[in-house]
Design a protein around this ligand. Structure first.
Ligand code: SF4
Length: 450
């Protein structure tokens, strides 16, 4: 359990020497208690105090990294059960499988399909994270060659799903890329020794939470440190129950024996892999293995993941300003919305769909959506009139007509009072923009004196 400031203070030297940068030991203890400082700043602290306070400050769910460099995947390292308590740090990683016994062309095509599973959404790139290489051949040499080829063709980290012999051969060929070792339960002992020797992450798979606790203990005794727990569920209900159970034991009970990131193999014969994946993205799956390369299967899951792992306290924003959408002219419509990234990309996409080149004004509201910004007093008649006067759009168009989001129709009178612009109330939903823009009479955008 986390220590209070007073409990921490009792472990400090209490000399108020200020070496830590704080005026007193108590002030430093208060910073430690809130996670704003670390014990290494206190040089005079005893080894025992450093050990106790270091352990207390460790995240309840350890961090496990797979891969290296830009595509490194971080599993675990979470501190709360619910996003609103603080935030979630590391999105559920998604691995797509390929079997090593495919023919040369089919193997290359599958890797190409995995590499292509990368999409642009609201200005961010969302992609699958790992290649899960299934050993179907049983041949160590073939499996090792497949691991090298998968790594080279995709640039993604590997999860090596293989028995001990092929696993050892693939590790020999790819250890510098820090693959995740994922042996079957019967080969856990041998794989744990390899993981300990090479300092590689190891997936420990055993049925149910009790079985897993024993298997994790065995892996630790063999010297493996970076562990990922797979409770080997047989259906969706078991998978979700196990994921929630493990995370609750880790965060609430600080059960160090089970406090590990989780992995779930949702490939055949697992029933209902996509509903299970969606639920495990929401509820504590750290790594999911799926057998599909169909974008129609994966894009919804990646979108869900992006939505859940965006920190609501730090909305994704775009630069405020004037955006030209299409080949605009002086008589193009002028619309306004806010700089919440999802709002911007949605509205922009709908303007593009209308095929009516338009100017889009993006108001600076600290990344809030239209209604939130209005409720917070950041998207007002005054702020919009000020933007119209200062953003330069008046020099780019010959008319003075602004299309306002229908959600804030009530602002139209104030804008007209404070600016030289006439306001048209647009649709409530951005999805109605294409038909709305196409129906607008050209006379709406005649020059101001026309
Ligand atoms: Fe106290 Fe340690 Fe800070 Fe010195 S360095 S004031 S002993 S907490």
């Amino acid at each position: 359990m986390a220590l209070t400031a007073l409990e921490i203070y009792k472990l400090l030297p209490k000399t108020n020497c200020k070496e830590c940068g704080f005026p007193t030991c108590l002030a430093f203890a208060m910073q430690l208690a809130t996670g704003k400082a670390t014990i290494d700043l206190c040089g005079p602290a005893s080894e025992e105090a450093k050990e106790t306070l270091g352990a207390a400050a460790a995240p309840p769910l350890p961090k496990v990294t797979v891969g290296t460099g830009e595509r490194e995947v971080v599993l675990g390292d979470e501190t709360v059960l619910f996003r609103h308590e603080k935030t979630f740090y590391h999105p559920t990683a998604i691995a797509v499988s390929v079997a090593d016994d495919l023919g040369t062309d089919a193997f290359a095509a599958r890797l190409g399909a995995i590499r292509a599973l990368s999409f642009e959404r609201v200005g961010q790139r969302i992609s699958v994270d790992l290649v899960a290489l299934r050993c179907a051949s049983g041949d160590p040499g073939k499996y090792a060659r497949a691991a090298v080829a998968a790594r080279e063709a995709t640039g993604l980290p590997l999860a090596l799903l293989a028995p001990a012999g092929p696993l050892a051969a693939a590790v020999e060929a790819t250890a510098d890329s820090r693959p995740l070792l994922a042996p079957p339960p019967q080969d856990l002992g041998e794989a744990a020794k390899i993981a300990a020797e090479r300092k590689l992450p190891l997936r420990v798979r055993a049925r149910g939470i009790d079985g897993l606790q024993a298997a994790l203990s065995g892996a630790r005794e063999a010297g493996a440190k970076d562990l990922v727990a797979d409770p080997a569920p047989e259906n969706l209900r078991e998978a979700v129950a196990d994921a929630i159970g493990i995370r609750r034991l880790a965060i609430l009970s600080r059960n160090r024996g089970l406090a590990y990131p989780t992995a779930f193999d949702l490939g055949a014969p697992f029933p209902d892999p996509f509903p299970a994946a969606a639920l495990l993205i929401a509820k504590y799956g750290s790594l999911l293995v799926l057998d599909t390369t169909d974008p129609a299967d994966l894009l919804p899951l990646l979108t869900l993941r992006q939505n859940l792992f965006t920190d609501p306290q730090r909305p994704i924003q775009v630069e405020p300003g004037v955006y030209a959408v299409g080949n605009v002219t002086a008589s193009s419509p002028v619309l306004i919305t806010t700089n919440f990234s999802l709002t911007y990309f949605t509205v922009r996409g709908d303007i593009e769909a209308s095929r009516i080149p338009s100017y889009l004004l993006i108001a600076d509201v600290d990344g809030m959506s239209v209604l939130t910004a209005w409720a917070a007093g950041k998207f007002t008649g005054e702020s919009i009139a000020k933007m119209l006067a200062g953003c330069g759009v008046g020099e780019q168009v010959s008319h003075r007509t602004l299309i306002l989001p229908g959600m804030v129709a009530r602002l139209s009178g104030r804008i007209e009072e404070l600016s030289a612009w006439r306001v048209l109330v647009g649709p409530q939903e951005s999805s109605a923009l294409p038909s709305y823009l196409r129906r607008l009479p050209p006379a709406a955008f005649l020059p101001a004196n026309g």
